[in-house]
Design a protein around this ligand. Structure first.
Ligand code: ADP
Length: 642
């Protein structure tokens, strides 16, 4: 196949050839016409001019004779001598310009007559001016019967005949000239028509050729363009037909190569994506706990078999549209927060578990919700992991029960041991020597501590079991805080720690079991005093926030290192190297149990070296029915749908 360049050249060549032919024809026609005109001029117009000049000279020569006869000899002679060479010259020229039929004979006749006329004229002027023969010479003499004698024809007669002949030559040439110019005009007309037709044909041919070439070039270009557009729309399987090996063919080839490369990229990208998707699916499938990923509209994008079994949901993999998941009531707010505020929900306590009925058994799941976002911070959805904590909760329950039972069983003998030690130390039974006294004091202190711990364990067990219902009443925050401060004041004064109560007036009453809550406040104040050095301060404040009142216990003590802060409310948790010797690690756990049983929340913030702040938010007293608020915090909400 020819290259595009050659194709364009080939289209232009015929047009060039046509142009050359037309140009040649034009030149030929013009040349032809100019030659004809030239010939007319040369052959006829010259002869006409010769004859006219000859005639003029003849007239002058002829008029010289009457002058001479009139006695003006000199002027007449001069006129004759001047004009004769002109006459002769034009006659000679005409003799050399015989071109037409009949012209030769006429010119020969003219020559004959001219010779005679010359001879006669020479004779006329040879005679003396007043010679009587001169008028005869001019006018001629009559022969017999008064007719003009042809042998003695006068100059005037010859003049008339010469004029006749020259007029004939003139006429021959003029007629021919007219004919020739008519012919030339006709030729020019035909030429113009032919030229016009040629030009028309050339134009039509050129247009046809140009159209054909343009089409031949544009068609493949259009095909390449269409294919490019299709590829742009994502149809990478589009193949541009390669119909030629010219430049357009090369373009199509390059296009196909590009599409192939794109297909290849897409395939590798696709398989990489597929692999990543399979890997993550396999990863979450291998989780024994239910895991699901939901998008912004709560549609399940991925769900492992455990989640599918438990929640009856399926991932959108392979299906056109995933079904929306209706999360259990307890998870709705955390899910909303995770998706809208990108806030993860990672509860630790069993009070946040969600229960589902699995094979007629109730199972407890601790939810973990993690927002999923792209690298630019846009939220894509959330991952929900439901950790099955049924066994842990059961073990915890068993442990609590065991601890409660043991504590209960230990408490009675321990009380009597303590009583016995008191009696012994009072020496009512008998005197003690110093060594015995020392040992018994030590034993009594240990018994006291043990009893304290047992009591706390029993408290906690009771709270967790929810056995003793709360006696909720409207209580003034100030009253609660002042009572707690009074309890701790003697110990504070002894340690030189200031206790300050600063409560604004007109705070709404809170819904509280004063006895139980006082216990919590005492625990907090006890800790504050324990971990604040002499000279420090413990401040009790309160503030209304929405439908809660926040009570604050702040100290200027040691502070809690940030890494331990999340665990201070855990059972038996004590900060290594910082806690007092006598503590059990149960105080704050009890405080939290008491607060949550009131439907409140407790948080702790602390700065090492500056102090610790505990905030307790309690519901405001509204009506007597609030008394029913979470009487049993250990029992988790059961979602309606499960
Ligand atoms: P304990 O019986 O040891 O006081 P708690 O549960 O009351 O047990 O407290 C847990 C730990 O938290 C304590 O051992 C102590 O290290 C730390 N802690 C509690 N309150 C404070 C406080 N106000 N300032 C500093 N550390 C504190």
């Amino acid at each position: 196949m020819l290259s595009l360049r050659y194709r364009i050249a080939l289209t232009l060549l015929p047009q060039l050839a046509l142009l050359a032919v037309l140009g040649g024809a034009g030149v030929f026609i013009l040349h032809n016409l100019s030659q004809r005109i030239d010939r007319i001029l040369r052959e006829n117009y010259d002869s006409v001019l010769f004859m006219q000049h000859l005639d003029e000279a003849l007239e002058r020569i002829d008029s010289s004779f009457p002058f001479a006869l009139a006695g003006r000899e000199n002027e007449a002679r001069k006129q004759y001598e001047v004009n004769w060479p002109i006459y002769e010259d034009n006659l000679r020229k005409e003799e050399n310009n015989i071109t037409l039929p009949g012209e030769g004979e006429a010119v020969r006749e003219l020559r004959d007559l001219s010779n005679k006329y010359r001879a006669k004229a020479e004779g006329f002027y040879k005679r003396p001016p007043a010679d009587a023969q001169r008028p005869n010479d001019y006018f001629g003499s009559d022969g017999e019967h008064g007719k003009a004698d042809p042998n003695n024809e006068g100059l005037l007669g010859l003049f008339k005949r010469i004029k006749g002949v020259s007029g004939k030559i003139l006429a021959i040439n003029q007629t021919n000239m007219e004919q020739e110019s008519k012919d030339a005009r006709e030729t020019a007309r035909i030429s113009v028509i032919g030229f016009g037709i040629g030009l028309g044909i050339a134009t039509v041919l050129s247009v046809l050729l140009a159209w054909q070439t343009t089409r031949a070039i544009l068609q493949p270009v259009r095909e390449v363009t269409e294919s490019a557009l299709a590829i742009g729309r994502g149809n990478l399987d589009q193949v541009v037909p390669v119909q030629s090996h010219d430049e357009v063919g090369q373009l199509a080839d390059a296009f196909n190569t590009m599409a192939r490369q794109l297909r290849h990229y897409r395939q590798t990208d696709y398989s990489r994506l597929l692999r990543a998707q399979r890997t993550s699916q396999a990863t979450i499938d291998s989780f024994p706990d239910p895991v699901l990923v939901i998008d912004l509209e709560d549609h399940v994008e991925m769900a492992n078999p455990a989640a599918q079994r438990l929640l009856g949901v399926a991932g959108s993999e392979g299906t056109a549209a995933a079904l929306a998941w209706r999360p259990p009531e307890a998870l709705r707010e955390p899910l909303r927060a995770a998706i809208q505020d990108q806030r993860p929900y990672l509860p630790e306590g069993f009070e946040r578990v969600v229960s589902f009925t699995v094979e007629a058994r109730e199972e407890a799941f601790l939810p973990r919700i993690l927002p999923i976002s792209d690298p630019y911070g846009n939220t894509l959805g959330a991952a929900v992991l439901l950790e099955n904590v049924t066994r842990f909760r059961l073990l915890d329950q068993i442990k609590s029960d065991l601890v409660a039972t043991v504590s209960h069983e230990v408490k009675t003998p321990l009380t009597s041991i303590r009583l016995a030690l008191h009696f012994l130390l009072e020496e009512t039974i008998g005197p003690l020597n110093p060594k015995q006294l020392e040992m018994l004091v030590d034993a009594r202190d240990n018994a006291e501590r043990l009893l304290g711990m047992v009591n706390r364990l029993l408290d906690l067990a009771r709270l967790e079991g929810g056995q003793s219902p709360l006696d909720l009443k409207p209580e003034e925050p100030a009253t609660l805080l002042l009572a707690a401060a009074d309890t701790i004041r003697p110990r504070a004064e002894a340690k030189e720690v200031t206790v300050k109560v600063d409560v604004p007036p007109d705070l709404p009453p809170v819904s509280v079991d004063a006895g139980r809550f006082g216990h919590a406040l005492n625990n907090l104040l006890d800790n504050a005093l324990t971990y604040t050095d002499p000279g420090g301060q413990v401040t009790l404040t309160a503030a209304a926030t929405g439908d809660t009142v926040t009570l604050t216990v702040a100290d200027t003590g040691l502070g809690i290192p940030p890494e331990h802060l999340p665990h201070v409310f855990d059972k038996f948790f004590r900060i290594p190297g910082q806690s007092s010797e006598t503590g059990t690690g149960l105080g704050l756990a009890i405080v939290r149990e008491i607060v949550t049983s009131h439907g409140g929340t407790i948080t702790c913030t602390s700065t090492v070296g500056a102090g610790t702040v505990f905030n307790i938010a309690l519901p405001i007293w509204s009506n007597p029915t609030t008394a029913a608020a979470t009487p049993n915090p250990g029992i988790s909400p059961t979602p309606g749908g499960a």
